[in-house]
Design a protein around this ligand. Structure first.
Ligand code: SF4
Length: 748
């Protein structure tokens, strides 16, 4: 009865009216230059309209060039306009957010003539805190000169009428130590009690989002909001209420959620946190506790009132001792963890291990918690550090409470901002104490992976303890179940033509979402891949696990770069191999006047900018360079994939997930490692053709693509292009032919 009523009711978005907007003489073509009707886009739009009208969850793979942003933006805008409900669009990368906010949405608003507002929301720490800036300016004499100089520059930037308070738009790279002094943070924010509340950049951004019906966020902020709304602490969350959710770049969701929900304590984080209270630099002490002491001396000179004396004494004698205790115990614990990890390395060295030199992860098992080195070494040290943190945090909270009880209002006013920050930091220290303790009270379980992480910096190795959830499917399913419409889209959701992998990993199964309709659609790219792309698989290189592979691969990369005359991406699966290959051929490439960039030389954005703006560019990259980069035209005409992008089986989270899958009676390679690698491979391949006039070669040096049975699943997941498996010489010959025969495309 109710369903027949529902079907009789006119849909909010009449499908014919909405799809008519894409007609050649329709409003979209008038406002989008070079717009052409694409069948896949038309169908995708139809399906999204249906998902909005019928409260569905839809997974949509839309190949490059489908125009998926318009296909989801049109119904989102119309829905928001007709129902007054808010639509949230979550992405993984900043470039996509900017394209939506500054290009696609404004043009659509004009084309459809809709009075709709859109806003981009970012995390709080991206914004300047005016109160902290004001305080920092009054504390400059307490700061090292480099920090003081940066704060002056931030003040100058803030005075500019165009300043939006976002760290990303600062005209210089600000050190993290300085940003700690001026960046907005939830636990040091006085919210409505803050004298700068009305002009606060962060709260203005939230206000704009309240007024907007389309809100753009990243996946991280989406999860932060989800957790806050589920907690009793702040059920209003960060994002304003919404009823429809679009997740673009949805293939990244499991990784982002795993990272977001992981628990982590690191030596560097503790030292940085303490440094905000007191640190020594240039032979002087700095930090909020030093500022507080100086404020007492400035106000009372040597006549400190009787009731303030004990506080001053605690600041002078007790707190430095407690802080030193935390630092000493931190050092002891993390040194012990480092040594413990090294004994594990020697135990595990027989296993296949290829961590990048800059990072090592060593998994902790429940059995490790009963070995002598843990029970007698690490366990007591974690406990001692947790207690030291608790003592220090409690003492700080005591100081703040005692100052607030004083009757000297003018003094309280002078130090209000400093106290607010000390209070916020002390709460963070207390939370850290609890988190530290949880690493011994709760040994590793089957639901999580725990590991020691070693990260090499120029002058130190940072050691961390990490615990990450194995399965986030239940969490996500419960989140998705509460939202009437959820659209998950990406150019890479399927593997071997199936959605089963992503559906299982994200909890989008009929068992977990019993009440919901879940649909899936796969729209191929409209580009002419057989004409535009050539895939070469080299057959005469050693197998990737043979010791000769790296050396021969480096020489092959040199020859392939010569064949494409640069304009090449070289994509690796490990940092160490990237560095080794780069060193091996760097001089030969420089002698041939190539402009070389390597991941780590500058930030990703600068590297890509340099790559696009120079001739004969070559970029060597790993992980994040496989996706989210959109280079159109001749600037990129060759992508070299050195190895199939399987994640390290010894990576703790991969290993633990594989064990859990095996325990469940399934094959972890076929159901987890392989589909994950295929998604990444498709992303790497997808860097090449971004426009209908693009052309180029993808060359894979890993011939498992044809020699292994599973290779066909990689190949079946790619668009139908020319594929050749041959010797390096023959592939180079065919590349030359391909570039000659497709030259005309570059002139269109
Ligand atoms: S409201 Fe919070 S973030 Fe904004 S200026 Fe004040 S303290 Fe800083």
């Amino acid at each position: 009865m109710s369903s027949s009523h529902a079907s009789l009711r006119a849909p909010v978005l009449p499908p014919d009216e909405v799809t008519a907007l894409l007609a050649p003489d329709g409003p979209i073509s008038a406002y989008f230059s070079q717009f052409e009707m694409r069948e896949a886009q038309y169908k995708m739009l139809e399906r999204i309209v249906e998902a909005f009208n019928d409260k569905q969850i839809s997974l949509i793979e839309a190949g490059t060039g489908t125009g998926k942003s318009l296909a989801y933006l049109i119904p989102s805008l119309l829905w928001a306009h007709k129902t007054n409900e808010r639509v949230v669009i979550s992405t993984n990368t900043i470039p996509l957010q900017e394209q939506l906010l500054h290009k696609d949405i404004p043009r659509l608003i004009k084309a459809l003539n809709l009075p709709i507002k859109a806003a981009l929301m970012k995390g709080m720490n991206n914004f300047l805190c005016l109160r902290k800036l004001h305080e920092s300016l009054s504390e400059l004499s307490f700061y090292p000169s480099t920090d003081a100089e940066e704060i002056h520059r931030i003040e100058g930037w803030k005075s500019d009428t165009h300043c939006n308070g976002e760290r990303a738009s600062l005209p210089f790279t600000c050190s993290s130590g300085t940003w700690d002094k001026v960046g907005a943070e939830s636990d040091t924010c006085n919210k409505m009690q803050c004298p700068y509340y009305q002009e606060c950049y962060y709260f203005q951004m939230r206000k704009r989002a309240q007024d907007a019906k389309i809100v753009i966020v990243n996946h991280h902020l989406l999860f932060a909001d989800m957790v806050l709304k589920a907690s009793s602490k702040d059920s209003t969350g960060i994002l304003p209420p919404y009823s429809r959710l679009i997740l673009d770049e949805a293939h990244n969701i499991e990784d982002t959620a795993t990272d977001y929900f992981a628990s982590r304590i690191s030596q560097l984080d503790i030292v940085r946190l303490l440094a905000r209270l007191t640190t020594e630099k240039g032979g002087r002490e700095h930090g909020k506790l030093i500022v507080l002491k100086q404020r007492i001396l400035e106000k009372y000179k040597d006549k400190i009132p009787h009731e303030l004396k004990p506080i001053y004494n605690r600041l002078t004698f007790d707190l430095p001792g407690l802080r030193q205790d935390v630092l000493t115990q931190t050092r002891h614990l993390f040194e012990a963890l480092f040594n413990f990890s090294q004994t594990m390395v020697s135990k595990q060295q027989k296993k296949e291990r290829e961590s990048p030199h800059s990072e090592q992860k060593l998994r902790l098992h429940a059995a490790d918690y009963s070995v002598h080195a843990w029970t007698q070494g690490i366990h007591p040290l974690i406990k001692i550090l947790s207690e030291a943190l608790h003592r220090f945090g409690a003492s700080l909270i005591g100081i703040v409470a005692d100052i607030n009880l004083l009757k000297d209002l003018s003094f309280q006013e002078t130090v209000a901002g400093t106290l607010c920050e000390i209070e916020g930091l002390s709460q963070r220290i207390q939370a850290l104490a609890d988190e530290t303790l949880s690493f011994i009270t709760l040994p590793p379980t089957h639901q999580s992976a725990r590991w020691i992480e070693l990260q090499a910096f120029k002058t130190m190795i940072n050691t961390a303890l990490v615990d990450a959830k194995l399965d986030i499917a239940d969490l996500l399913a419960s989140f998705f179940s509460q939202i009437p419409t959820v659209i998950l889209c990406s150019a890479t959701l399927t593997t071997n033509g199936q959605f089963s992998f992503i559906r299982k990993r994200l909890g989008l199964t009929p068992e977990k979402l019993k009440e919901r309709t879940i649909k899936e659609y796969d729209y191929p790219s409209p580009f002419n891949y057989p004409k535009q792309a050539f895939l070469g698989i080299i057959k005469d290189l050693p197998q990737p696990n043979e010791s000769a592979f790296n050396g021969e691969a480096a020489q092959a990369i040199f020859r392939l770069i010569e064949a494409s005359r640069g304009s090449a991406f070289v994509l690796f699966t490990s940092y160490s191999m990237m560095t080794e290959c780069f060193q091996a051929i760097k001089d030969s490439l420089l002698a041939r006047h190539y402009n070389l960039s390597k991941q780590g030389d500058a930030d990703r954005h600068q590297l890509i900018k340099r790559f696009v703006s120079t001739e004969r560019s070559v970029l060597f990259g790993t992980d994040s360079f496989w996706e989210g980069i959109d280079i159109v035209g001749e600037a990129l005409r060759c992508v070299i994939i050195v190895k199939l992008p399987f994640r390290m089986p010894s990576d703790p989270i991969i290993e633990a997930r594989s064990e859990a899958i095996l325990a469940n009676g399934e094959d972890p390679f076929m159901t987890y490692s392989l589909p994950q690698a295929i998604v990444k491979f498709k992303q790497g391949f997808g860097r090449l053709i971004r426009h209908k006039n693009d052309r180029g070669c993808v060359i894979c040096l890993d011939n498992r693509l044809v020699t292994k049975r599973y290779g066909v699943q990689f190949l079946n997941s790619l668009p139908p292009c020319q594929k050749v498996h041959d010797s390096l010489d023959a592939i180079i010959e065919q590349m030359n032919q391909f570039y000659r025969s497709t030259y005309h495309l570059t002139k269109q």
